[in-house]
Design a binder for this molecule. Structure first.
Ligand SMILES: Cc1cc2nc3c(=O)[nH]c(=O)nc-3n(C[C@H](O)[C@H](O)[C@H](O)COP(=O)(O)OP(=O)(O)OC[C@H]3O[C@@H](n4cnc5c(N)ncnc54)[C@H](O)[C@@H]3O)c2cc1C
Ligand SMILES: *[C@@H]1O[C@H](CO)[C@@H](O)[C@H](O)[C@H]1NC(C)=O
Ligand SMILES: *[C@@H]1O[C@H](CO)[C@@H](O)[C@H](O)[C@H]1NC(C)=O
Length: 442
């Protein structure tokens, strides 16, 4: 605790999640001193800062962002926005990534966050320290960071928010015989644009949001794409250059891919759209009572806080969510824990609840790698956080439009982004008519 008796909070990362934490801390000056936001790059925005480079940056750190040149958002801005900070009304609903970066820069400036960010500073270690002198048994966090110009620094905090993102460390599945493949193997993390693949044959592995999107981009650039995945046949039509296939089971000695149904194919490129690993190199997860697996980090009470260390928060580890809306709820809930509005159950009770939830999902047949997918369950989660934390949940119109866009995307992933929407009230949205061409444009 600071001398004023106010709480000191460290925030790791100045992407959307970290900025959201800083914004809400700065709005509570009676309880918190301004946060210290550590950011490894020299800019805010995280994922939304497009880097054409792949590999490592000037300081030798792996490139963080997985953004590709022509990405447009898969949620309309009306659903994507922080509920208290609308996008520019002149923008279309589905944005180019650069517009999202500008939005986050705007959010940062409007809330005067920049002075509290330590740029080009990487957090190397975060560890809990039990203070013997001050308040009896009080727990503090030691944050060791390293600036670009060298020099380690150590600071103490009452609480730490982990906002370091989880779309940077490629998950690479093991494929038997891959050593026989003589073509190019790459992960969507390092995909930027389709032109280099023009005329090539490519196996894209995985039909998540990136797999489908990148397959379409590649086909439009005249690549022949085999989209290999383990889902039921995709319900929408794909461009002529994309053919679906069963999962790859192995690579044969002659370098050809064998699929689960026994069929074979040759290709020049294997593009892995197989997702990302969680990684928190600055934490001793086992000492914190946490298990970090490829697609899971557990136990986290309310997907947010380790029961053994309820002043450490992991913002935004869930998937298939409205990220900014999600962060905004989690952050307000976490601050309500810190300021005493929310009284947490005992460690044992929290651990029991997490175990029960995971077990219940497993019994429903949810695979481990899908345990953090929320989708339609996110709305009750936000309501629960808001009720307990005493703040307003996202208005129902967000869910309603999210559901509609999901339907449109499943109908046609190539055209759903052409539509524009507008929010009319907390409960109603409308589809905007295509703007008629002005006479002088006809
Ligand atoms: C290709 C792609 C497309 C997406 N499309 C959409 C979309 O259309 N709509 C949508 O709402 N969401 C989308 N998302 C999800 C997106 O991840 C979230 O919108 C959001 O950017 C996540 O923010 P974050 O702050 O959690 O993480 P990030 O944006 O990854 O930010 C984390 C920050 O932490 C910093 N950092 C990491 N480690 C350290 C360290 N040790 N010390 C200091 N700093 C550190 C990083 O440099 C980075 O700035 C997409 C994601 C990807 C990868
Ligand atoms: C990350 O993924 C790789 C496979 O790509 C795996 O070998 C490794 O154990 C994973 N790391 C974690 C922390 O799960
Ligand atoms: C969507 O809105 C943008 C920005 O206002 C506009 O340029 C575009 O033509 C609109 N698209 C349709 C289909 O109305």
């Amino acid at each position: 605790m600071s001398q004023s008796g106010k709480l000191r909070v460290a925030v790791i990362g100045a992407g959307a999640a970290g900025l959201c934490v800083a914004r809400h801390i700065l709005a509570r000056p009676l309880t918190f001193v301004p946060p210290v936001v550590y950011e490894l790059t020299d800019h805010v925005g995280g994922t939304w800062f497009y880097e054409e480079r792949v590999g490592t940056d000037d300081n030798g750190y792996p490139i963080h962002s997985s953004m590709y040149r022509d990405l447009r958002t898969n949620l309309p801005k009306e659903v994507m926005m922080f509920p208290d900070f609308p996008f520019d009304p002149k923008l279309p609903s589905f944005l180019h990534h650069q517009d999202v970066l500008h939005y986050l820069e705007n959010y940062c400036n409007s809330h005067a966050i920049t002075p509290h960010i330590k740029f080009s500073t990487v957090v190397e270690e975060v560890k809990p320290i039990t203070m013997e002198t001050e308040r009896e048994g009080a727990l503090m966090w030691e944050v060791i960071s390293c600036g670009k110009c060298g020099g380690q620094s150590t600071e103490m905090f009452d609480s730490v928010f982990v906002c370091s993102g989880h779309y940077s460390d490629p998950h690479v599945p093991s494929i038997p015989g891959l050593e026989h493949f003589k073509g190019t193997v790459m992960h969507s993390h390092s995909y930027r644009y389709p032109e280099p693949f023009s005329g090539q044959s490519i196996v894209v592995l995985g039909a998540g949001a990136s797999g489908v999107d990148i397959s379409i981009e590649l086909a439009q650039a005249n690549a022949q794409v085999i989209l290999s995945h383990n889902k039921p046949a995709l319900p929408f039509s794909l461009p002529a250059g994309v053919r679906q296939a069963a999962p790859v089971v192995r690579v044969l000695e002659d370098g050809s891919f064998e699929f689960q149904d026994g069929s074979l194919a040759h290709a020049q490129v294997l593009m892995l759209c197989t997702g990302y690993n969680f990684t928190f190199p600055f934490l001793h997860s086992t000492q914190l009572g946490l298990q970090v697996q490829e697609h899971l980090i557990t136990p986290l009470y309310k997907f947010l806080v380790p029961p053994a260390y309820p002043s450490l928060f992991f913002v935004g580890i869930c998937k298939v969510i409205c990220p900014f809306v999600h962060f905004n709820c989690q952050v307000q809930f976490a601050l309500a824990i810190l300021d005493g509005t929310v009284k947490l159950p005992s460690r044992e009770e929290m651990e029991k609840e997490v175990r029960r939830e995971m077990q219940e999902k497993a019994e429903r047949g949810v695979q481990t790698k899908h345990l953090l997918k929320m989708d339609s369950e996110q709305w009750d989660y936000y309501k629960m956080l808001a009720r307990t934390g005493e703040f307003s949940p996202p208005p129902p119109v967000i869910q309603s439009l999210y559901d509609e866009v999901g339907r449109q995307r499943r109908k046609d992933p190539r055209t759903y982004r052409h539509l524009n929407y507008s929010l009319l009230s907390d409960t109603r949205w409308t589809l905007l008519e295509a703007q008629p061409l002005r006479a002088d444009e006809v």
